[in-house]
Design a protein around this ligand. Sequence first.
Ligand SMILES: Nc1ncnc2c1ncn2[C@@H]1O[C@H](COP(=O)(O)OP(=O)(O)OP(=O)(O)O)[C@@H](O)[C@H]1O
Ligand SMILES: [Mg+2]
Length: 342
Amino acid sequence: MAKGIDVGTMNILSAQQDGNDTVFVQQRNSFVEIEHSDMAEQMLSRSEVLHIRKDNKVYVVGDDALNFANIFNKETRRPMQQGILSSDEKSAIPMIKLITEQVVGEPDEPGEKLYFSSPADPIDSDLSTLYHQKTIESFLDDMGYNAEPINEGMAVIYSELADNNFTGLGISFGAGMTNVCLSYYAVPVMKFSVARGGDWIDEQAAQATGTPVDKVTSIKEDEFELDFTTDVGGVEGALSIYYENLLDYVIENIVREVDEEDVEEGLDVPVVVTGGTSSPRGFEDLFRDHLRDANIPFSISGVRHANEPLYSVARGALVAARSDEEEERTRGGQEAAVESED
Ligand SMILES: Nc1ncnc2c1ncn2[C@@H]1O[C@H](COP(=O)(O)OP(=O)(O)OP(=O)(O)O)[C@@H](O)[C@H]1O
Ligand SMILES: [Mg+2]
């Protein structure tokens, strides 16, 4: 068996094959710290709530963090920021480790292949992804996996463009980042990220309207549509403005990177957009319109939206892990055949 895992700023998801189905396990990449009491400890131990005790504190992690934060009137904290481990959060590593272990589980056999998503270096900030990538890799290896990083944009290609020979432009609009990858027959010819995504939209809209960020996020995730009809001065109006701004920013950077990388002009490729931030109704059309107006030096055969935007990256990581495993098995088989001929 082989597995895939999407280690995202807001969500951590694993993917695994079960017969013809792909099974996903998901947790929010966040936690909340509450004071320890015997009562709390007892209650938590008897429940399914994922938690850890350290010194005089109890940390509730994953999906339940938000509920506990509301009940105890605390803020949730996040191990990652802008696509990578947060340097401002001292508990980042133990917390993300715990969430990851819960999501991916024990390996089925020692050295099981596990592909984990890792962002490309952002072109608009000094952040480097290396430390993040090596840290995740080392604790997955410690769990008994044989962990390999896969670029997040490339995972989108594996997940969504199998029917086009893994050729096209894949874009993952996440929480902390947007990752872009242009692939030609499964070979990445250009990949980069920008350190803006859903979190950036939320922060900007919150600041503009004087609304708490959490409130903005829940409005955005619940009922928001990109239809540009109403709400001048309201949160939804502000969300629309920053959504449009993010799209233009991503497209501008694609044009710039394509120029710099000297991508061949004769290409004609599809574009796939995915990631949680691509969820609102109207996103695909808005992106298509703005891309049409941009000066991309190769032709785009169409823009499509992934069916399950939150699952694309985990599914792509699984596809990569399985194909690697398959290749190894074939190679192993051939070597055995050669040996027996000797
Ligand atoms: N229905 C929805 N409508 C609008 N936005 C949504 C919706 N569901 C999730 N989001 C947003 O999508 C983002 C999370 O998406 P995703 O899980 O793809 O990101 P991630 O992989 O955790 O982050 P990154 O790839 O940047 O590290 C958040 O900003 C979240 O608010
Ligand atoms: Mg992501």
